[in-house]
Design a protein around this ligand. Structure first.
Ligand code: SF4
Length: 241
């Protein structure tokens, strides 16, 4: 008589991603992102962090804070040469200063300098306005929408790409929009935009954490909380990437 086996439920990719999210939330707890003291500081940090370690961004933010410049009108009035000098630790200061100035101009001209008013604009409109600014790509736009404006925008980064590919949840050629839709599919049952924004907030923060702790260039699957998904669906072997 053949041995009885326990049936493993076959989950679709959305269900698996939701399960991965809940596993990470249980392992790490609330992440309390974004690490800033105001929406303006979040916007500045999102513009500065492109291609740069967060420790370097913190030095730039500290320069601005010491001069009491993390106020909308004060920052916008700052001559761009001084802005470049203060954000030098973040690198690429020419481009980043120009991008930040253009973004502050947008909020000034379209929303009277009120980030709160910008946050009330429908997400597709705000996203299109952000993407129209030179130097703001999809990841930065979504980070601003999510963490400064509290909109339900899912941020896609290299860590999410790596986890999705290694777990066989996305093909190697998946682009930003495909990965974003995949991640959002985990929360398709959430009808409340504020609650969805909370999930997007935690999801991205948790993915960054697992990327730093385990899903590095050389994956540390043996000690990773997401190992069970690999064991169940890929027999313990991550797809190489
Ligand atoms: S380290 Fe391994 S188990 Fe963890 S997320 Fe990456 S591929 Fe998955």
């Amino acid at each position: 008589m053949p041995a009885r086996t326990t049936a493993i439920p076959q989950l679709n990719s959305a269900q698996r991603l939701r399960a991965l999210y809940e596993t990470l939330a249980a392992a790490y707890g609330p992440q309390h992102w974004w690490p800033s003291q105001s929406p303006l500081e979040t916007i500045v940090g999102a513009c500065l962090t492109q291609g740069t370690a967060w420790t370097a961004v913190e030095r730039s933010l500290s320069n601005l804070r010491q001069r009491n410049l993390l106020r909308f009108d004060a920052l916008r009035a700052l001559p761009i040469a001084e802005l470049r000098s203060l954000i030098r630790p973040s690198g690429f200061m020419q481009r980043k200063a120009a991008t930040l100035h253009a973004l502050l101009d947008l909020i000034h001209h379209e929303y009277g300098g009120s980030i709160e008013r910008f946050a009330r604009v429908p997400l597709p409109t705000a996203r299109a306005q952000l993407l129209a600014i030179s130097g703001i790509g999809p990841e930065t736009a979504d980070a601003i929408l999510l963490y400064a404006l509290n909109q339900p925008a899912m941020v896609v980064d290299e860590y999410l790409r790596r986890v999705a590919l290694r777990h066989g949840l996305a093909p190697a050629h998946a682009g930003y929009a495909t990965l974003q839709q995949l991640a959002l599919s985990a929360f398709a049952d959430e009808q409340n935009p504020a609650a969805l924004a909370d999930h997007c907030n935690e999801f991205h923060a948790l993915i960054v954490q697992i990327g730093k702790d385990h899903c590095r260039r050389t994956p540390d699957c043996a000690h990773c909380p997401l190992r069970a998904d690999l064991d169940t669906h890929l027999h313990g072997r991550p797809v190489s990437c």
